[in-house]
Write a protein that binds this ligand. Structure first.
Ligand code: TRP
Length: 345
């Protein structure tokens, strides 16, 4: 089959449904990103054709230091692999290496209303935070994200609650386009992760653990060493009744029970039973040790991969080619639909 032949919404991904997700290379990934996203992604690789993108084009909507961005993007891509995503089965690549993102993004800009973009809460938040640089890219950020998703005819998109509105607009844009041109895009659904998807801040357990939190004690970073991990859990904010019990009115302890459960594979009831006679001090230490044990192999693998430049380079090249292959199929079809002239060969 020629690359530019339209084949309906199907991308012929071995009959599998496809998943797309992206992460920004800004900030340092946290335990929340790992337990809430990455770790679960590993289990999807047989059932779905998965695309995991380092969205470096989104990153420049706020000013970046170029060397730093490049370094962080590489680290994030390496971390995807270190976390266990098999790069033969999952497509792990940089957004900027596949020009279809930008090309489809432009077309979709012409199918998105300013009124829709004006409603985006993340745009409002970010423009308040970067009042000196409210650029057009920040404004059309959701359109590029829609292009990311629609380019791969994604069936499901694992996103956190903060990205629901962006997925919603992607669905609206796709539906609008389809209503004009026929069935071009698959309408993506949110992927609802399993229990434990929401890890909370260690300093304010009513807030999600975030890689952009200014207080480093609020988050466990994936590269934190054992001492740091244990120290942060010791300082975690809890209540004062000293009972390890899972309850909505004990958000700090509830969060620690969930983290310990996810790190050890134990259920809430098992965790409660294990610590029935313990106080917070012992429990926090146990959580710290369990998390450090979870992170150590990931860190070791990350270091190995960072040293093996040729191997990672090979993945970057081959996976970008694979992503580009699928992206081009959708793009050519869209270009044809909107009336761009055919390419002459
Ligand atoms: N906006 C997302 C975030 O900040 C990152 C992202 C970009 C994304 N494109 C995507 C997530 C496509 C899912 C699908 O978290």
């Amino acid at each position: 089959m020629r690359l530019d032949e339209g084949i309906g919404c199907e991308l012929m991904l071995d009959g599998k449904k496809s998943i797309f997700s992206g992460m920004q290379a800004t900030g340092t990934l946290t335990l929340g990103n790992y337990l809430g996203a990455l770790k679960n992604w590993v289990e999807l690789e047989d059932e779905y054709q998965c695309f995991y993108c380092v969205v470096d084009m989104h990153s420049i909507t706020v000013r970046q230091d170029p060397a730093e961005l490049r370094k962080r993007a590489r680290a994030l891509l390496t971390l995807y692999i270190a976390a266990g995503l098999n790069p033969e089965k999952n497509c792990i690549y940089y957004q900027s290496h596949v020009s279809g993102h930008a090309e489809l993004g432009w077309i979709l800009n012409c199918f998105t209303y300013m009124g829709e973009l004006n409603r985006m809460t993340q745009f409002k938040d970010k423009s308040a935070k970067h009042a000196d640089n409210i650029n057009a890219g920040l404004y059309t950020y959701p359109v590029l994200m829609a292009a990311d998703i629609l380019l791969f005819q994604s069936d499901v998109v694992p996103v956190g609650s903060d990205q629901k509105q962006h997925l919603e607009i992607a669905r609206d844009i796709a539906t609008r386009f389809n209503s004009i041109y026929g069935d071009v895009f698959t309408i993506p659904e949110p992927y609802i992760g399993k229990q434990g998807a929401r890890i909370m801040s260690l300093q304010d357990p009513d807030k999600k653990m975030s890689k952009s939190d200014e207080n480093p004690n609020a988050s466990i970073y994936l590269m934190d060493d054992k001492d740091t991990v244990i120290r942060k859990f010791k300082r975690a904010v809890t209540d004062s009744d000293n009972q390890i019990r899972y309850s909505e009115d004990k958000p700090g302890i509830k969060n620690l029970i969930e983290i310990y459960g996810l790190a050890t594979g134990k259920s809430v009831a098992e965790v409660e039973a294990e610590f029935i006679n313990s106080g917070y001090g012992d429990f926090k230490l146990a959580v710290g040790e369990a998390v450090a044990d979870l992170l150590t192999p990931l860190q070791t693998r990350f270091d190995e991969l960072q040293k093996d430049k040729a191997y990672v380079d090979g993945i970057i090249k081959s996976n970008a080619e694979k992503a580009n292959y699928y992206a081009t199929k959708t793009l050519r079809k869209v270009q044809k639909k909107v009336g761009f002239p055919e390419r002459i060969r």
